[in-house]
Design a protein around this ligand. Sequence first.
Ligand code: HAS
Ligand code: HEM
Length: 553
Amino acid sequence: MKKGQLELFENKFDLKDGKLVVAHIIVAFLALLIGGIAGLLQTLVKSGTVKLPYGIGYYELLTAHGVLMAIVFTTYFIIGFLYSGISYTLGGKLLPIVHRMGWLGFAFMTVGTALGVAMVLTGKASVLYTFYAPMKASPYFYIGLALLVVGSWISGWGIFYQLKYWKKTHQGKISPLFAFMAVITFLMWQIATIGVAAEVLIQLIPWSFGWVETINVMLSRTLFWYFGHPLVYFWLMPAYMCWYVIIPKIIGGKIYSDALARLSFVLLLLFSIPVGFHHQLMEPGISSFWKYLQVVLTFMVVVPSLMTAFSLFATFELNGRAKGATGLFGWIKVMPWKDVRFFAPFLGMLIFIPAGAGGLINASNQMNAVVHNTLWVTGHFHLTVATSVALTFFGITYWLLPAVTGRVLTKRMNKLGIIQAIIWCAGMFFMSGAMHLVGLFGSPRRTAFTTYEGNADAAGWMPYYVFMAIGGTVLFIGVLLMVYNVFALLRAPKGVTEYPIGEAMEQAEATPAYLDRWSVWISLSVALILIAYTVPLMDMIMHPGVGSKGFVT
Ligand code: HAS
Ligand code: HEM
């Protein structure tokens, strides 16, 4: 070990596959940088600190931010991370065809992203990342989105193929946990994106080209949220993969239970899709019975998260006891607090406790009436996706980039990583904290600076906007430091870094083979979707009402 380097394990990653991974990670962090500039400007505009120059609209900025952060940053990072893991755990390298599929998916996604983002930045698609009709964008924005989705499908099929091949050559063996989770994540993505693909291809593209005059708004929103909710689990599941599989190895412990981890992913597959109506609780046109049913299913999807919390506590505590810790919280003392690969994801876990509690509030019908469309919701998802998930992705980056490029994480980089994670949390404390509070007072989301014609209530919101701007500025420093760290990692000293895959405890029960039976889980998932969606969707299609013309903001 060279002086100034952290102690790392020995192992190798196929460096040819590493290039594919690095390409995805670089695009992800460029999106974070541009999205971060938009985010900073939003907070400054909202607080009345700056006025946007050159006729740039607030919605233009907000669309760029939402698309780059929530769709581009996440999807690229996830595909890069999952490809690295299947390469490592399913045979030590990607099959040549899978390698090519990875690059083909990347090419489709990148052409789509470039097209979509160009439309947003030229003001031709200020429709926000949810692209709700009747707000209308240039057809090329929707075509860009379609290419992005098709690219992600091709990459997903590559993952399925690699597992299929592995199974054929390892008859009777249970798939490695990482690979199992990667396949569930992409199965869920595959099923969920059918909704948005139908919306974009059948409704939005013909309507935006002017081939049809009006659009069924209710149907388009429903198809969007059929996809939109599983989208948030598509972000979360790779973070859970790190928490379940990677973190135990990094802390020098073991996975509490392989079977429990798999079961929680199966439950996520089953329950994350038929719950889109909890985003539409305040909308007319859906009967309360179907909303009620989907709220019940929403509370079911909380169960795997609670199982995850239990499993993580168990891993931490048993690891602590094995190292001699005593008492209820003795384990906390033996955690590797000075290792960013643990520290950043751990902060993500910690923040997921209030973040998840906020989700439960949102999902409760009566409380949803209080928080819907307010900044509370914006505060909620800056804790979930922009902190728990983003910090976990940052933590992964510190070992992933060295592992796939044949480099090592230096002590200096590790320290910068810890500083970055602290900056992120401090910034989010101010920004998301202020969003939550002012949201409870009724301040709406998705609005630029306004005094509401001197309205006294609205005047009281202003100090919170200032806190949001302070938080946003601190966060932007965090974005800059993270992007610096990524490029510094790509130039780190050469060496060997292990790809840290944890193993289950010896005492853990054997994993039952039925958990690996895909046909059962896919059939159950489809059945639940049909139960939750068939009647309301048929109703929307049979009684479309008067369609809406498009509006350009
Ligand atoms: Fe959400 C809106 C409900 C989770 C993201 N959510 C959103 C939107 C986004 C989003 C982006 O029901 C806005 C979309 C838009 O633009 O309109 N959400 C939930 C519920 C959960 C939930 C019930 N959301 C997430 C996650 C997201 C995310 C995860 C991204 C990654 N959400 C809603 C609802 C709305 C909504 C409504 C619509 C609001 C409206 O009206 O518009 C649940 O899945 C949360 C379950 C989580 C837990 C926490 C478990 C804790 C764990 C950590 C353990 C910690 C350890 C460390 C071990 C119950 C696993 C401990 C160490 C110590 C030392 C203590
Ligand atoms: C919305 C700031 C990072 C995802 C917003 C809004 C602000 C903001 C102020 C609300 C605007 C409004 O409702 O009027 C920031 C800042 C960030 C940051 C300063 C860091 C520098 C992130 C990250 C993600 C993210 C890392 C996801 C990975 C979103 C999404 C929206 C949003 C999805 C909703 C856009 C919409 O309503 O259409 N952000 N954010 N943000 N942010 Fe962020």
